[in-house]
Design a protein around this ligand. Sequence first.
Ligand code: ADP
Ligand code: MG
Length: 477
Amino acid sequence: MWSEDVEHDGRIAKLTLSEDGVLCWTNSAFSDSVILREDVLGLSRDRFTLTLFTFKLGKVGCFGSSSSRVRKDVVLHFRDSNTLDSWYQRMQAFLDNQGRPKRLYILINPFGGKKLAKRIFQQKVKPFLSAAGVSFTLQETEYRNHAKELAKSMEISQYDGIVCVSGDGLLLEVLNGLLARSDWKMAMKMRLGVIPAGTGNGMAKSVLHYGNESYNVENATFAIIRGNTHSLDVATVVQGQNVHHSVLSLAWGIVADVDIESERFRGLGELRNDIYSLIRITRLRKYRGTLAYVPAPGYEGSLDHISREDSDLLSSSIPDMNIEKGQQWGGYSGSMSVPEKSEWRIMNGNFILVWLMNVPWATQTVLAAPKAELSDGFLDLLIIKECSRRELLKSFLKLSDGTHVKSKIMDYLKVRAVCLAPGGQVNGGVEGGYISLDGEVLARGAGAYGDGSKDPMCYGSSIYITVEKGLATVFCA
Ligand code: ADP
Ligand code: MG
């Protein structure tokens, strides 16, 4: 324990610092404290003055009814500059030892969400980084896949983290860029962060929720500054020679239709999903298809066993995955082992929804998979087959608190691998549907909305999805 008399707010105060980094200042009328690791962005000093840039939980609202972090500078005057020197160095060393990032590579998507990313960065993120003494290289993305190219070619040794000021789409590009590198193993140790500035911000919400922090730009920035890290499962999606990676979600059926077709209502912001969901429930589409999956331990009994004819169907699709094992694409060649045939379960027929989640929150307001964990090595699978519009609406209204998974129309389980063969609409509807990956089109059926010329995968033949435990690394609250 160190102790010193300093001046604070015009009064003499006793300043103490404990071994575990709790700093207190107390005078006859007043006492306050911060935990350096958890409440302090950074420090600055001049000759006799030390300033602490704090961002600490405090009571807010008319009657102190809720608590949230509050930004405040604490100014302490020292008697002489040598004493200040030793205090400053001691405290700075404490912060430096927490693994906080010093240099960040920051990507901004100026077209994400309501096109506010640049302003969000200038007004909210940059002041925090300055207070924390974090240096950064700033790069605006200029076109689709730019972030992927940048992540593929960047000098990773120059940075302690890559931060996307965007929605989930840009993060997905960065992940795919890093996994396309020949040094992908090393690149996966790079910490990834997201400052929410898109339409869908499921990853930012999921990591803040994990650390019990509320969802906002300042808290997301602070989580990155504090430098806490968590490993994150990465899903690998394969169709023939074609490979993509995902950290958030894959959807087919109503959720994908809403994600993609509501693009044309971008101007509505977040509301676009709610409004378009209502339209899609009213004019409900069902798709034919085959879904095979390998349940996680403890979920084996959830649905029927594989049948003979289905087994043939499986073997015609799954051997595709065995061949490449990564060599062709130069990058990721991780655990692509295909589970034994006996481990697979299969469902044929009509589907309203197949939804795979890697993290709990699909967007900042949709708790799609309440049991999903950042690095449990499994994907959470939600399935809706036949149901009435009323039941579907009832269950969708519960998406914000995760209780939809208890609904009778929904199967909810954890899986190790999935094989999906999407088909056309039941009853001859012409819209062919989509598979969406982290909110972007992965493949689209004939007659689906939009120009599919640049879609990463093609529709119809089966898509295989597996997951590697804790492959990526994220900044975590
Ligand atoms: P949102 O959540 O609003 O979709 P994202 O940040 O996820 O926002 O970005 C959506 C997509 O925008 C990304 O997939 C990315 O490829 C694309 N993108 C990035 N930069 C640009 C740009 N300058 N112009 C057009 N599209 C871009
Ligand atoms: Mg998981």
